[in-house]
Design a protein. Structure first.
Ligand code: AMP
Length: 281
């Protein structure tokens, strides 16, 4: 495993791999790795001979009052975790190299960011689309793997790849959960033991909604009210959004007559957690 932080070196490595007609799989992350990230690495290995993992806490996807400065970082720990995973390159570009003084170009989608997380985080997907474009241009992968845990992010990236003619196959990989159902996330480390208990409410509400749909309840408002009650029954929870929407456009649904996406963002104390599930009638 090699660690590269220089952009030119990263490009040269990719050029060499491509000369050998080997495929490059890419897993972009913000580090503080967990089993969810490792599952993406394993998925990338299924489709490619070489795997690049990037670790970069991207400032442009955080809003001014969000947790950029306190986002958990521990490169040594991350390297130890990936050492066992057959990753070829860990790419750790510096902020000043990716966003030098005078930087002014951003990638913005028109409609997908106007839903779900994009409402309370209005500049988030512009930051995501921009950094992923930059990393795609540097790493030049054949495939890239993203987690379904960030469902809207995958939708944004897939749309961007199509719109901007990137020759990269995007793979969405399932959400990895703790044994009690909590979706793994670097931000889970912020939670106190009591908040950790409250955080199980997200998955519980998703599962309960699926069960209610199977029992024949199809009215979205009824389902959302029920999910709200489950979540607010736990201490320190407040709801950013709970939505049941179209799996492609992310537009709100009224009734459930086809597979739908249920997505939610809940604050537990100060920590904002997200989760989602595709629900079937
Ligand atoms: P992050 O480091 O949080 O920006 O995440 C990097 C990648 O890992 C993104 O594609 C996420 O969707 C994915 N990811 C994060 N958590 C999980 C999880 N619990 N299961 C699967 N993928 C995940």
């Amino acid at each position: 495993m090699e660690i590269i932080s220089d952009i030119k070196k990263m490009r040269e490595w990719s050029d060499n791999v491509r000369l050998k007609e080997q495929r490059i799989g890419f897993v972009p992350t913000m580090g503080f790795l967990h089993e969810g990230h490792l599952s993406l690495i394993r998925e990338a290995q299924r489709y490619s001979e070489k795997v690049v993992l990037s670790i970069f806490v991207n400032p442009t996807q955080f809003g001014p009052s969000e947790d950029f400065s306190k986002y958990p970082r521990n490169l040594q720990r991350d390297l130890e975790m990936v050492e066992k995973e057959n990753v070829n390159i860990v790419f750790t570009p510096g902020h000043e190299k990716l966003y030098p003084k005078g930087y002014q170009t951003y990638v913005q989608l028109e409609s997908l960011p106007n839903h779900l997380c994009g409402i309370s985080r209005p500049t988030h997907f512009r930051g995501v689309a921009t950094i992923v474009t930059k990393l795609f241009n540097i790493v030049n992968p054949h495939i890239a793997v993203f987690g379904q845990k960030d469902y809207q992010q995958v939708a944004v990236i897939k749309q961007m790849v199509e719109d901007l003619n990137f020759d990269i196959k995007i793979i969405a990989s399932p959400t990895i959960r703790e044994s009690d159902g909590l979706a793994m996330s670097s931000r889970n480390t912020y939670l106190s033991p009591e908040q950790r208990l409250s955080s199980t409410s997200l998955y519980q509400s998703l599962k309960k909604t699926q069960a209610l749909i199977k029992e024949g309840i199809k009215d979205v408002n009824t389902l959302i009210d029920n999910a709200k009650k489950i979540i607010l029954n736990f201490s320190e929870t407040s709801i950013d959004y709970i939505k049941i929407c179209d799996i492609q456009t992310l537009e709100d649904m009224i009734n459930i007559n086809q597979p739908v996406l249920m997505a939610l963002a809940v604050k537990v104390g100060k920590t904002r957690l997200i989760d989602n599930m595709v629900l079937y009638p």
